[in-house]
Design a protein around this ligand. Structure first.
Ligand SMILES: [Zn+2]
Length: 329
């Protein structure tokens, strides 16, 4: 079975909001809204947010396109309230990680007239060359450039944002890049980046404190999204159930995961809301381990605070799961 499905119900709520917003504003889905006035507050779910409220003051519009959801959430934070700036996502917000993602013509069209393309880099976007050759005037920033990347068999693990320190470094990279690209608003980008970074730092402190009792504990995750997170909080990833997202693990891989769970005496497995938990269910059935959901923040609501909320939920989940049974080692 190769079909992915959403386990979390919140996405359907999100899409009905999109539909309502599209009807109310009379704009067709897929058409970049340019500089439509922002909805009051945040999180109406259009995923093409105008973060400006007085764009007419400058006369010059800056369109930022983010490659996928986590980059989009960073961009709407750093560009928040900056006159004339809009942010949208290239890949639809339900895409999840871009590992096996083929960019569509409609996606690429969003780069027409865009100024800046915000990519994760580290191999996550396989279409960067295509973007560069088709839209040479679009400036691409790879937010993982210059960071301490975890190597996996000769290539970097791209899930940098899943560690809070990685997210902080990426937001700082984005703040610097936008300040340099749009110098008139440099101060605003810097202030936004600093404000978001301070909230992320507070989150990191809370998580470090909450997870301190579990340092050295082993966890089993669903795909290869959590090494940065684990490094940050002193957890060990004993096994990964599905290395290639979207492809079911082989019987031998499942058997070896079952072996690991038994030998370590593990009580918890961590699936992800974006993928079918069927392999995890098999392992759980065979071992008696319980399945929890750990979210790598690759899908979610259209809200600047989404990443913070997802990580708070991850913290609560981990505390519950790791407290469930003391580790045998
Ligand atoms: Zn991934």
């Amino acid at each position: 079975m190769k079909i992915r499905f959403k386990v979390s119900g919140r996405h359907s709520v999100f899409f009905s909001l999109v539909a309502v917003a599209a009807i109310l504003s009379g704009c067709a889905k897929g058409g970049p809204s340019g500089l439509t006035p922002p909805a009051s507050g945040s999180g109406t779910g259009t995923m093409a947010t105008s973060v400006s409220d007085n764009s007419s003051a400058t006369g010059k519009n800056l369109r930022i396109v983010a490659s996928f959801y986590p980059m989009y959430i960073m961009a709407i934070n750093v560009a928040r309230g900056v006159p004339g700036v809009s942010v949208e996502t290239l890949a639809p917000p339900t895409t999840g990680c871009l590992h096996d993602y083929s960019v569509t013509t409609a996606d690429m069209k969003k780069l027409e007239g865009a100024s800046i393309f915000v990519a994760n880099g580290a191999g996550m976007e396989t279409f960067l060359e295509k973007v560069a050759s088709r839209y040479p005037s679009v400036r691409t920033v790879r937010l993982s450039d210059g960071l301490d990347l975890i190597d996996e068999k000769g290539s970097p693990n791209p899930h940098v944002w899943v560690g809070i320190s990685g997210a902080i470094a990426q937001v700082e990279n984005l703040g610097r890049f936008l300040a340099a690209s749009d110098p008139v608003h440099a101060e605003a980008y810097r202030a936004n980046a600093a404000a978001y970074v301070s909230r992320l730092s507070a989150l990191r402190d809370r998580m470090a404190a909450g997870l301190a009792p579990y340092k050295g504990r082993e966890i089993i995750t669903f795909h290869e999204a959590f090494p940065y997170f684990a490094r940050e909080f002193g957890l060990k990833i004993a096994a990964v159930i599905e290395r290639e997202p979207g492809s079911e693990p082989s019987a031998r891989e499942v058997a070896s995961t079952i072996e690991t769970v038994r030998s370590v005496g593990m009580a918890a497995l961590f699936a992800e809301p974006q993928y079918s938990p069927s392999a995890a269910q098999t392992v759980a059935r065979e071992t008696g381990a319980k399945i929890y959901s750990l979210d790598p923040a690759v899908t979610g609501p259209d809200s600047p605070d989404a990443y913070l909320a997802i990580m708070e939920a991850n913290l609560a989940t981990l505390k519950e799961a790791l407290a469930a049974r003391p580790s045998s080692n």
